[in-house]
Ligand binder design. Structure first.
Ligand code: FAD
Length: 483
């Protein structure tokens, strides 16, 4: 009987345990393999893919579809409730097994459990594998058998585990079902925006798909990784791997990255310390995913319960200014515009814009999380929630709340010439570096010469950072004593 391979956030052929298991059966006895992707329409789930992710998904499915066609069994696209869709596919094809890889997030896990129950009741086996993580959540625990809440000991414990399994190769062929299975058309899914078409910047910047992911990793490990430890904090230098959207869609897996980075470091000694720092960041991804499994409310509720009573402000116009990159703080605005234009933002700048929203504006971190969810091509439920809570000071191993980033000093330190700001806030491009992070302090003559008219071309700061900082600390004092 045929096997259904249900693709989700694992849109790759190599190192895909569910697909590998199905392909092994094909190779042994010619069992037909039917690859499926289901577009889920569940109005109640806030964590279905956002706008930028849907754009990426289209490109990723297009490429996966072509690759599967070459292997011999085309990808079947269906829409609806996954339990119902899989039941009807089982009915149509006589499949006896559904293979898939686990995905993250409480609502996805709940849906998968329901699917498992419904199919098992019909005698169909459902077998989930691990494709997304180095190790299964729950396998890395403290000596007293509790989950880690602090990163460094978690990372040490991870490093003392047996090496993660070596990645498997893409299958060399798949037997198709005897009778073709009907598929919806990707074009009809409307994953890409049409009017207005806001995706021009995404198209110019990214190539989704497994092949692009593999090439990007190879390119990064071929040199740039050597200086990663020092360059990773410089948004003006593009010193990071930019693998995050590929990871979010599972076009590449962490085990492939792990072994490739280790291999590169063993071959070329000068890459070793950079590779180590790079893998440590992958460790943060692992940490957040393991934590989300233990703390399913992480995307909505502060881990530190005192923050439930935090005196947040509701300020639609400040939120809008933040979202559109019009706060008057150039490093914040450059980050938010990079996000809007390209679907991605440098990690250092994510921390700066996050601190600004939460502490300078006193707007709840969940607002930032929701905006990122919709606009990031690498939106990942565990990393997004874990990092927002980290910036807010209510997460695991978080930065303390009273550490408030100064957006001027952060800009001057990490974008010293202002090149990053110039790239994304072109109206300030002609300002000398000395003033680029604080245009409202520049003398009139300098502004005139640079062609900057404050309030007209570029806003003055929507809050005074010093006053905002005092207000944030007072608000924090309030919960400290009430907790
Ligand atoms: P590199 O520096 O090359 O790192 C390699 C990989 O390690 C990344 O692709 C990513 O998978 C992982 N990684 C790196 N930094 C972190 C981190 N701080 N936490 C967890 N994993 C990390 N990352 C997402 O993948 N999805 C998100 O939705 C997301 N939201 C974020 C929200 C905020 C407020 C902040 C501060 C960070 C967020 N991050 C998120 C983490 C980080 O900013 C991105 O993973 C990173 O910028 C991706 O770029 P890169 O692939 O070039 O990273």
């Amino acid at each position: 009987a045929p096997i259904l391979v249900w693709f989700r956030t694992d849109l790759r052929l190599a190192d895909n345990p569910a697909l590998t298991a199905a392909a092994t059966a094909t190779a042994q006895d010619g069992t037909p393999v039917i690859p499926v992707y289901i577009r889920e329409e569940d109005g109640g789930d806030p964590w279905l893919p956002g706008g930028a992710s849907r754009w990426w998904l289209h490109g990723s499915l297009e490429r996966l579809g072509k690759a599967l066609e070459t292997l011999g069994s085309p990808l079947v696209l269906r829409s609806g409730d996954p339990a119902t869709v899989l039941e009807s596919l089982v009915e149509e094809t006589g499949a006896q097994a559904v293979l898939c890889n686990r995905r993250a997030g409480p609502s996805a896990i709940a849906r998968d459990r329901r699917v498992g129950k419904r199919l098992t009741a019909r005698g169909v086996t459902v077998h989930p594998h691990n494709a997304a993580l180095l190790y299964e959540p729950g396998t890395i625990r403290t000596k007293s058998d509790t989950p880690f809440r602090v990163f460094t000991p978690f990372w040490k414990a991870l490093l003392s585990m047996p090496e993660p399994p070596r990645p498997t190769r893409a299958p060399s062929g798949l037997t198709p079902p005897a009778k073709p299975v009907s598929s919806e058309s990707l074009k009809d899914w409307g994953l890409r925006p049409t009017a207005p078409d806001w995706a021009g910047g995404l198209r110019a910047r990214w190539t989704p798909g497994e092949e692009a992911a593999r090439e990007r990793l190879a390119e990064f490990l071929d040199g740039p990784v050597a200086v990663y430890a020092t360059e990773r904090d410089r948004p003006d230098h593009d010193g990071t791997s930019t693998l995050s959207p590929h990871l979010a869609f599972g076009e590449i897996g962490p085990r492939q990255i792990w072994h490739a980075a280790r291999h590169a470091a063993a071959q070329r000694h000068e890459l070793a310390s950079g590779a180590e720092a790079f893998l440590r960041e992958l460790g943060w991804r692992e940490f957040n995913h393991h934590m989300l499994r233990e703390e399913p409310d992480l995307p909505d509720t502060p881990l530190d319960a005192r923050f439930v009573h935090f005196p947040w402000r509701k300020d639609e116009s400040a939120l809008h200014a933040w979202q559109r990159g019009r706060t008057g703080y150039p490093i914040v605005d450059a980050g938010m515009r990079q996000l809007w234009r390209t679907g991605w933002m440098h990690n250092r700048v994510r921390m700066i814009v996050g601190s600004f929203l939460i502490k300078d504006l006193l707007i709840p971190w969940q607002e930032g999380e929701a905006w990122f969810w919709d606009t990031l091509v690498d939106a990942d439920i565990a990393n997004n929630a874990g990092n927002w809570q980290w910036v807010a000071g209510c997460g695991a191993d978080a930065a303390p709340f009273f550490r408030v980033f100064n957006p001027i000093l952060q800009g001057e330190k990490f974008d010293p010439e202002g090149d990053y700001v110039r790239r994304f806030v072109p109206e300030l491009a002609k300002l000398p570096s000395r003033w680029i992070h604080k245009p409202w302090q520049a003398p009139d003559g300098v502004l005139r010469e640079a062609g900057v008219r404050l309030d007209r071309d570029y806003p003055r700061p929507i809050v005074d950072h010093g006053a905002a900082r005092d207000r944030a600390l007072a608000a924090f004092g309030h919960i400290k004593t009430s907790g």
